[in-house]
Design a protein around this ligand. Structure first.
Ligand code: SUG
Length: 444
């Protein structure tokens, strides 16, 4: 049976804004309070997704969550009409209004961890939504994420959905951003690489000092158990705390893998040589390790350009294309490296650049915007077909964005009841376009 890897990109929501909510994410902090362009952001994302679909890849779209999240605001004590809840929150607790208005679910690499059926003992594709407990604005995502994933992957014979892990820092989980599946072919059992930032149960183990480590070893181990992965096809590596302290807040800011290629920075991991040798053994010696040295690209350059927050995609059996943010072209050291990459003898033969600057300014590159799901043809046939991007859906979604999204918003707009109402109208229409049913709580 033939297998493929589908990318499910997050559709940027109508409240996309820059609120500086992510301590440890340099771009988010740097752009705090800058005005944002929700329409441009959504169109940039759709353009990238469509380009990948046009390359022959299977491309899905995940809908945004409803924001501002009035139920979270009511939960923390704001009462009265919807308009009153918003104005009171803006006046008394603007940080809460910002947090509960973020369009952060657009970064679907953080939506869930997904293990393909070939890796799981029961032969199903397993999904666990990430609890995202490290950041208040992201911690409100998982319940809706699970609901949305269940509406799209709605077939118990093929898909298993787990509730997110307990909401405590012990189980800090950021989903696929710290998970890479390596394999010789999508249809073969692979090795699932989990990269964690700290060990919650061992306070004397290495950990970053300046910025938080969002993923714990214990969370990664729990996911591996839930997904019924075999001991020999799982590998846990600790991310280098020193790079977390320089702004590498997820592994996907310093490494990306696809099939039998791992593209990573020399400083990405603790005990790198030993760990990668063990990983190589589990991959039976078939892994291409494409290491980028600090001399070629500094950590600062990697964080600024998002060289590793790239998508590595296979358009045929022999070669891979790196999908990079256009910011990589603008960074001389990184651009020089990327120009040489296709000649370095690895399966990566081409680099394509996309402008996703609206997302980048919040610390989200091309790889953050997508959730990978490897599927057999039978599994793909069981996915809600209305979320798979083709010419018609692309046209519909672009028209939908142009009709409903504002060109520009700033912090003050988040308290505007019309923005909330416009968002609800837009999402209600989206559930019809994508045939999702009533997934949002405002739909009753
Ligand atoms: O969680 N930024 C996101 C970016 C997530 C990127 N994802 C991956 N690397 N996979 C985050 O830090 C910023 C929101 C703000 O500041 O308004 C934000 O949430």
């Amino acid at each position: 049976m033939s297998y493929l890897e589908a990318n499910f990109d997050g559709l940027v929501g109508p409240t996309h804004n820059y609120a500086g909510l992510s301590f440890g994410n340099v771009a988010s902090q740097h752009n705090a309070a800058a005005p944002s362009n929700p329409k441009a952001a959504a169109l940039q994302g759709l353009t990238k997704a469509k380009a990948l679909a046009d390359m022959g890849l299977t491309q899905g779209i995940l809908p945004p969550q409803a924001r501002p999240d009035l139920s979270s605001l009511r939960r923390v004590g704001f009462t009265g009409s919807d308009a009153n809840v918003l104005t009171q929150a803006a006046k008394l607790a603007p940080h809460l209004l910002n947090s509960f208005s973020s369009a952060s679910c657009m970064w679907t690499a953080n939506a869930a961890t997904v293990s393909p059926s070939t890796d799981c003992a029961d032969g199903k594709v397993h999904f666990t939504a990430a609890n995202l407990v490290d950041k208040l604005h992201r911690s409100i995502e998982p319940t809706q994420t699970t609901k949305t994933l269940k509406a799209i992957f709605a077939n118990d014979n093929h898909f298993a959905h787990h509730p997110h892990l307990p909401e405590h820092p012990f189980f800090g989980d950021e989903g696929a951003a710290n998970h890479t599946r390596l394999c010789s072919d999508y249809g073969r059992q692979g090795v699932e690489l989990f990269v964690y930032g700290r060990e919650a149960s061992n306070p004397s183990a290495p950990a970053p000092r300046r910025y938080p480590a969002r993923q714990t070893l214990e969370a990664s181990q729990a996911i591996a158990r839930l997904h019924q992965l075999e001991h020999n096809s799982v590998h846990f590596i600790q991310q280098n705390p020193a790079v977390i302290d320089q702004g590498v807040f997820h592994n996907d800011v310093i490494a990306v893998g696809n099939k039998n290629v791992l593209f990573y920075h020399q400083q990405a991991f603790v005990d790198s040589q030993k760990q990668l040798a063990q990983l190589q053994q589990k991959m039976h010696g078939n892994l291409h390790l494409v290491e980028v040295s600090t001399d070629d690209v500094s950590i600062d350059a990697a964080v600024k350009s998002y060289l590793f927050n790239t998508q590595l995609v296979s358009v045929n059996d022999d070669s891979m294309i790196l999908i990079a943010p256009s910011d990589c072209q603008e960074h001389p050291q990184v651009y020089q490296y990327l120009q040489s990459l296709p000649e370095r003898g690895s399966p990566i033969t081409q680099v394509k650049y996309f402008d996703v600057k609206q997302s980048m300014q919040n610390g989200g590159g091309p790889a953050c915007l997508r959730l990978r799901v490897a599927l057999s043809q039978a599994e793909l046939a069981a996915v809600n077909p209305h979320v798979i991007l083709n010419d018609a859906l692309y046209q519909q979604l672009t028209q939908w964005v142009n009709k409903h999204y504002r060109d520009r918003i700033s912090a003050a707009d988040l308290a505007d009841i019309s923005l909330y109402q416009e968002s609800c109208t837009a999402l209600d229409e989206l559930t019809q376009i994508m045939n999702l049913g009533s997934i949002y709580s405002f739909q009753g």
